[in-house]
Design a protein around this ligand. Structure first.
Ligand code: AMP
Ligand code: ZN
Length: 114
C-alpha cells in the first residue's frame, strides 16, 4: 500500500489535477486521457480491485458514482452523456491496483469498447 500511486495522491505526496474530493473519495484528471474529458474517481481507503469489495463497501461504491455524476455535471458533459467503467485485473486492463472508476466523455464513446 505504501507503493500505491493513488494512496500517495490521497496522502498528498503526489499532486494530481483534483476535480473533486470529500471525506471518502478523490476525483482527478487522468494523466493519459482516452477522451476529451477523462477523470478517475477513487475511494480514499485502499481497495485493490473490484474482486476485493465486501458488503461493507456498498455505500462507498455508491459514493464513487455520486462523485462521478457531480464531476460530469461540473465538466459540462452530463447532458451529452459519458461512460463510467472499472477495469479489474489483467484481462480487464487494470494497471493501478487501487480500485478506480473511469469517467470518460466529450465525444461519442462507441460500443463495444474494444
Ligand atoms: P487502469 O488501467 O484502469 O488501472 O487505469 C489506470 C489509469 O491511471 C490510467 O488511465 C492511467 O493513465 C492513469 N494514471 C497513471 N498514473 C497517473 C497519474 N500520475 N495521474 C493521473 N492518472 C494516472
Ligand atoms: Zn492505494
Amino acid at each position: 500500500m505504501e507503493e500505491c500511486l493513488f494512496c500517495k495522491m490521497i496522502a498528498g505526496e503526489i499532486q494530481p489535477d483534483v476535480l473533486y474530493q470529500d471525506d471518502d473519495v478523490l476525483a482527478f484528471r487522468d494523466i493519459n486521457p482516452q477522451a476529451p474529458f477523462h477523470a478517475l474517481i477513487v475511494p480514499k481507503r485502499h481497495i485493490a480491485t473490484l474482486n476485493d469489495l465486501g458488503e461493507e463497501d456498498a455505500e462507498l461504491m455508491g459514493r464513487l458514482l455520486l462523485a462521478a455524476k457531480r464531476v460530469a455535471a461540473d465538466a459540462g458533459i452530463a447532458e451529452a452523456g459519458y461512460r463510467t467503467l472499472i477495469n479489474c485485473n489483467a484481462e480487464g486492463g487494470q494497471v493501478v491496483f487501487h480500485i478506480h472508476l473511469h469517467l470518460l466523455g466529450g465525444r461519442p464513446m462507441g460500443w463495444p469498447p474494444g
